[in-house]
Write a new protein. Structure first.
Lengths: 337, 316
């Protein structure tokens, strides 16, 4: 890692922190741009649903005081930023008095696990399939079968989730329809049985993401491989009489994988959005379901906090991918030296 | 001498003409993926047109039809002794609050596609503008635009949209499209910038610059036409993304509730546990229609890719 150029790291870190700042500021500004303030809006919605709220004015005043909405905007902004830096996301209004950070810390590992494992699978499978599609030595049958398996590509994971849960969860009843583990477990534990249950429950949601995503990577990889096949060093490799597998791995895949890594960093945002919706379909115990319930309970604090933490997590994932990029591409580390 | 030059020109012209004739079946736009995708979308639009002409679309409103009917020719067991039979008046069945599924599809499909088209168009226009600006001018303008693009791409747009919509409540489709387009400009900008950077260094642009062609003309007369297939592919990709965002927001319950689009129909079906009640037609038909739309868009996109990139074409 000694060769990592300072310029490159600084730029990545700048993007990371600016992303967090922009996201936090957006989340701060948005509710204040809407007519009225969030508290009045919330009480108005409550009275709309219930028909009447007793002492609405008093409630509004009390909450405004409690949340400091009577202070000047810049004071509110500084306080908000200060709280975020300490990961103090406030309290969940609808599930008073659980702090948002507590609810989030319970849900986040599940989402990271689901998205992480799904990403690992579709990135590996997609790139492998793409490489096989373009490679001249691939058997004919494989070249026919792979495109057929890519039929679901580009459908949103959410819709794939619906179809999967209907076919495998409802009609065939071989996979559970909801939750991240069996309800007989009161809380997560480190036993083989529990891990089995988690895998059993996680299979369909992960498949919903993988099935519709790996095709993209296969197509991207194929495009890169086709370009590389026209390069001069490929002719040299053949002329040298190198073994086909060695050429495939060392000359083709290693070069083609670089843009794929960049593409992965770019696609993290979309990926996280998609998995949020998949979780809603499967009622998975992650951030997506937490956001969905928060939307239903109109718990604005919880929506804000959950969204912000997910944005932080995505930005962190992008940062990690970007910083590990020089490890596989030695050219980057020489840049700026 | 002049005659000789003339015959030479004629030979060259004849030669190119011959090559043209030889290439008539080699027209890159006769790409099966592109044509298949366009045909599928065409058929969908034609069916929507037929439906609007021959079907009563007001049946897409609440309580305009009997509840929970399965598609025609099917039976649906509701409760122990209550078997509902599909009727020809509602060939695709009806849902929980008395909407006719066929009318819902006729009304909902163009609305869903429309959100995608509007958001993608706005995003694309901004993307073309910023992409050209960054790629052509370079310097600090390029730095700022690149930074803004990187940040926008890193933030999962769905989450910010959720925060916005949870304040605004359910909005009409135009507003939703404009909200989505706030994030739909970044990918085209990055893409177009990269293409412009490559083109800027190519021979014909250098030539034009040396000939003193104004920058504006180089951008729009020289580079733009060569970018068209890329722009088209980028637009289609953008539209896919926008529809995915819109459907996502709708499924979370942020769509317009009175006249539903496809995503809103899926939201209602999830709310009513249609999956567990085995009312497959309620969520299944909108899902399949959406899936077909996405497959068509992907085919168009792949086709355009091959049209833009001769190497990919050769590989087939």
């Amino acid at each position: 890692m000694g060769g990592l150029s300072l310029n490159y790291i600084m730029r990545r870190l700048l993007v990371f922190f600016l992303t967090l700042w922009v996201a936090a500021t957006l989340i701060f500004i948005i509710p204040r741009l809407a007519p009225g303030d969030p508290i009045t809006a919330m009480v108005a919605r409550m009275s709309q649903q219930a028909g009447f709220v007793e002492n609405a004015d008093l409630i509004i005043e009390g909450w405004k005081e409690r949340f400091g909405l009577n202070d000047p905007v810049y004071v509110q902004y500084l306080r908000y930023m200060g709280n975020l830096l300490r990961f103090d996301l406030g309290l969940a209004m609808a599930r008073f008095p659980s702090p948002v950070s507590q609810l989030v810390s319970r849900a986040l590992p599940w989402t990271i696990g689901l998205v992480g494992i799904a990403t690992l699978i579709f990135f590996t499978v997609g790139n492998l399939f793409g490489a096989l599609l373009a490679w001249t030595k691939t058997p004919k049958l494989v070249k026919v079968l792979i495109p057929m398996s890519m039929i679901f590509t580009s459908i949103p994971p959410l819709l794939a989730g619906l179809l999967l849960v209907y076919i495998f969860g409802f009609l065939l009843d071989i996979f559970p329809q909801a939750y991240a583990y069996h309800h007989s477990f009161r809380q997560p534990e480190f036993t083989l049985k529990f891990i089995g249950s988690v895998l059993h429950h996680g299979f369909l949601p992960a498949m919903a993401i993988v099935l519709v995503t790996f095709g993209y990577w296969a197509l991207g990889m194929r495009g890169m491989m086709v370009t590389i096949e026209g390069e001069d060093y490929m002719i040299l490799a053949q002329a040298k009489g190198l073994k086909p597998f060695y050429v495939l791995y060392r000359y083709m895949i290693r070069n083609a994988i670089l843009p794929q890594m960049t593409a992965l960093a770019v696609s993290i945002g979309t990926l996280v959005g998609g998995s949020v919706l998949v979780e809603v379909i499967f009622n998975y115990n992650g951030m997506g379901t937490l956001i969905f319930t928060a939307i239903r309970e109109q718990d604005f604090n919880l929506i804000q906090g959950t969204s912000f933490i997910l944005i932080v997590t995505s930005a962190l994932a992008v940062l990690i991918i970007d910083l590990s990029y020089p490890l596989i591409d030695p050219r980057i580390s020489l840049e700026g030296k | 001498m002049a005659a000789e030059a003339k015959t030479k020109a004629a030979v060259v012209a004849g030669g190119t003409k011959k090559a043209g004739a030889f290439n008539r079946f080699d027209n890159p736009w006769l790409n099966w993926k592109f044509l298949a995708g366009v045909s599928i979308l065409g058929i969908i639009f034609f069916l929507i047109f037929l439906g609007n002409t021959f079907w009563d679309t007001s049946l897409a409103l609440n309580a305009s039809a009997p509840l929970n009917l399965p598609p025609y020719g099917m039976e649906y067991q509701k409760g122990k002794n209550n078997i509902l039979v599909g009727v020809p008046e509602h060939p695709l069945g009806t849902e929980n609050s008395g909407r006719d599924m066929l009318a819902l599809l006729i009304v909902g499909t163009p609305r869903t596609l429309g959100v995608g088209a509007i958001a993608a168009s706005v995003g694309m226009l901004v993307g073309i503008f910023l992409g050209f600006l960054a790629g052509f001018l370079g310097g600090w303008i390029d730095d700022v635009i690149r930074l803004a693009t990187d940040i926008t791409i890193t933030i999962p747009s769905l989450l910010v949209l959720i925060v916005i919509q949870s304040v605004l409540g359910s909005v009409d489709l135009i507003t939703m499209a404009l909200l989505i387009s706030m994030f739909a400009w970044a990918t085209p900008t990055r893409y177009i910038r990269a293409q412009v950077l490559t083109m800027r260094e190519s021979g014909y642009v250098q030539m034009a610059r040396l000939s003193g062609v104004p920058t504006r003309n180089i951008m729009f007369r020289e580079i733009m036409p060569n970018l068209l297939p890329y722009l088209a592919a980028s637009y289609i990709g953008n539209m896919t993304g926008a529809i995915i965002s819109a459907v996502g927001l709708e499924v979370l319950g942020f769509g317009p509730q009175r006249i539903p689009s496809l995503g809103v129909a899926i939201f209602f079906s999830i709310e009513a546990a249609a999956l567990l009640r085995n009312m497959w037609w309620w969520w299944g038909i909108p899902t399949v229609i959406l899936a077909i739309v996405f497959i068509a868009l992907l085919l168009i996109n792949l086709g355009l890719d091959e049209i833009a990139n001769p190497r990919l074409r050769k590989a087939n």
